[in-house]
Design a protein around this ligand. Structure first.
Ligand code: ATP
Length: 354
């Protein structure tokens, strides 16, 4: 294993008696696109501000290339933070906005121009270099802010909800764009987001935070396929939860049906348990060896690529969601009130403490 670029070791932040960040340890690698994901108040921004050097650590350490930088002031860290509100200078044009940080460093004029031109090209803004911020679209303003942070060539770029101000379509485009830019510059990006889809699309690895604590860390597919808690399972993607009780080697749902899970899927050991299944893992016309449930269709939602079917079933207090591909749904003519049987494999069952 190569040495991590940035190592957070038992990092804590207290505000009075309140622990905003509680014993967080994370290693982040060179060139990694890393996402800090959590609900509002989970401590994401506080963690980012500590990495930037805007906030002291209450305890723990922050290592860069193995050196403790916990006490290094913000402006001496090879780290740049792109703010949620883009804070561009309204009276300066795009090129001058980007050049500003380099001018502060008193770099030679020729070098500043070369670096600004290079970045304008990469970020595809050359054609608007002479415009003022109020003559740009939201997406363009966002790119200028990014260019301004990147032009200083930090080793780590911190982004706090970078796409929060954009509409849904633009956000989708910018997710891919941020990933392309990160790849092209080879800079480590650490992004704070509360949007699980954004984290899944952009990040090489994701850390899930809850109440200041690190719950799980892994690649998007590791977390999606093998959430380590009910919270992670619910936070990333959609998950159905069926209350179950232990029965022999396996489990039994409320309706008395047997439920099986492979060893790797068994994470719950307490008295009250739930079996968790992703909607897209539920199949029509289940074979007898699969886990099964039957329900009455209470709602149908067509999404183009797939059809989401809500089933009311004695196996669960809430409707179960089944996601059928358009192909699988075609010709079935499903209607509300119909009865539907679905099944899923033991490897797609996760057992959690309720
Ligand atoms: P959001 O997505 O809403 O920004 P977050 O996950 O980034 O949330 P933080 O901003 O890190 O959360 O805040 C974590 C907790 O710490 C919150 O409960 C917040 O109220 C508290 N907190 C943050 N800064 C301070 C401060 N300066 N003084 C006291 N409490 C603070």
């Amino acid at each position: 294993m190569s040495k991590p670029l940035l190592s957070l070791q038992n990092v804590e932040k207290h505000f009075g008696t309140f622990k905003a960040v509680d014993q967080v340890s994370i290693d982040i690698n060179e060139n990694e696109f890393f996402a800090l994901l959590g609900a509002s108040g989970s401590g994401k921004t506080t963690l980012l501000r500590m990495i930037a050097g805007f906030e002291d650590l209450t305890s723990g350490a922050l290592l860069l290339d193995g050196d403790d930088i916990s006490a290094v002031p913000a402006h001496r860290r090879p780290v740049n933070l792109m703010f949620q509100s883009y804070a561009l200078f309204p009276h300066l044009n795009v090129a001058r906005n980007i050049a500003y940080g380099l001018e502060m460093e008193r770099l030679p004029r020729k070098e500043i121009t070369a670096r600004v031109d290079e970045i304008l090209e990469t970020i595809q803004l050359s054609h608007v270099a002479a415009r003022k911020p109020d003559q740009l679209s939201g997406g363009q303003r966002q790119r200028v802010a990014l260019a301004r942070a990147l032009v200083k060539r930090p080793r780590i770029l911190l982004l706090d909800e970078p796409l929060g101000a954009l509409d849904k379509k633009l956000r989708g485009e910018m997710q891919l764009e941020l990933k392309r830019i990160q790849d092209e510059f080879g800079i480590t990006f650490i992004v704070v987001t509360h949007d699980q889809e954004e984290a899944l699309v952009m990040a090489d690895r994701i850390a899930i935070l809850k109440d200041g604590k690190l719950l799980q860390i892994g690649s998007p597919s590791e977390i999606y396929e093998h959430p380590n808690s009910r919270f992670s399972a619910e936070f990333i993607g959609v998950m159905n939860f069926l209350p179950v009780v232990r029965s022999g080697d396996g489990y039994q749902d409320r309706n008395g049906a047997a439920i099986t899970a492979t060893d790797r899927g068994v994470l719950g050991h307490g008295a009250t348990l739930v079996a968790a299944v992703r909607p897209e893992r539920m199949l029509l016309n289940p074979e007898p060896h699969l886990n099964q449930l039957t329900g009455r269709i209470s709602a149908l939602a067509y999404h183009g690529l797939d059809l989401q079917v809500h089933l009311e079933t004695p196996s669960s207090p809430q409707p179960v969601m089944v996601r059928l591909t358009a192909d699988a749904a075609e010709g079935l003519n499903l209607s509300i009130g119909d009865t539907l049987a679905v099944g899923w494999s033991a490897k797609d069952t996760r057992i959690f403490d309720a």
